[in-house]
Design a protein around this ligand. Structure first.
Ligand SMILES: Nc1ncnc2c1ncn2[C@@H]1O[C@H](COP(=O)(O)OP(=O)(O)OP(=O)(O)O)[C@@H](O)[C@H]1O
Ligand SMILES: [Mg+2]
Length: 223
């Protein structure tokens, strides 16, 4: 089967001056194009660091990441950005919304960057925001939204491109039960309709169990 994400023998560490924090240690992972995978693990074990490597946001010390067959180590920054825009949707643990833009424009941004017609981009964004109950918050900037609302806007932004693989870092961490269900529903809908892959970092075992597979990150490896 086609692998949307593959990584081989991945190692990663942070270095701040003399302090060396080893995070990943020879990690291997393969995700089929329609697979959903939950990644669980203790706080600080390296889950967010791993997603950043899979999305080409940071580079490993050693080992390789392939996205849709492309070896990220062979691409320049611009090529990685394009590959990411084409195939991946990213929901960050701390939303990373653009503070000077409304919810509507934040969600539309991936389409606008891709050169989509502005009116069409805004219509699509407005629809997806309606789907997650934010029809009355289209023109609010992130600072004018609650934590959970920001998180939902970030999920909408990741889904707007219909990515082949969604990388979601605790996307429901700030949400109540109702909104958790809505956000999960949206992500699962993408998976069903587009046969896309989903990699979900979560602390919630009820959510992890809903995925096709789940792995635990421990001692820098997935088990
Ligand atoms: N910029 C940095 N410099 C140095 N160490 C870092 C840096 N960012 C993260 N770390 C360390 O790397 C380890 C992995 O961090 P990471 O954010 O990937 O963990 P996590 O599994 O996502 O945790 P959480 O569940 O709390 O979000 C942590 O122990 C953290 O202290
Ligand atoms: Mg994290």
């Amino acid at each position: 089967m086609n692998k949307i994400i593959k990584c081989q023998d991945l190692s990663y560490a942070y270095t701040n001056g003399k302090i060396h924090t080893k995070v990943l240690n020879g990690l291997n992972l393969e995700i089929d194009s329609a697979q959903s995978l939950a990644i669980v693990g203790q706080s600080g074990c390296g889950k967010s660091s791993l997603l950043n490597l899979l999305g080409g946001i940071s580079q490993p010390i050693s080992g390789k990441v392939f996205v849709n067959g492309y070896d990220l180590s062979q691409l320049n920054e611009e090529e990685i950005t394009n590959l990411r825009a084409q195939h991946l949707g990213f929901v960050y643990q701390f939303h990373h919304l653009l503070k000077d833009f409304s919810a509507l424009y934040n969600v539309a941004m991936p389409l606008l960057i891709r050169g989509e017609n502005t009116q069409i981009a805004l219509e699509k964004s407005s629809q997806i925001l309606k789907d997650i109950g934010l029809q009355n918050r289209l023109n609010h900037r992130p600072a004018q939204l609650s934590g959970g609302q920001r998180q939902r806007v970030a999920v909408a932004r990741a889904l707007i491109n219909n990515p082949n693989c969604l990388l979601a870092d605790e996307p429901t961490g700030n949400l109540d039960t109702k909104n958790t269900q809505e956000v999960l529903g949206l992500m699962m809908e993408l998976k069903q309709q587009k046969k896309s892959a989903l990699i979900l970092v979560t602390h919630d075992m009820n959510i992890a169990k809903k995925m096709d597979d789940f792995l635990t990150l421990k001692n820098g490896m997935l088990v």
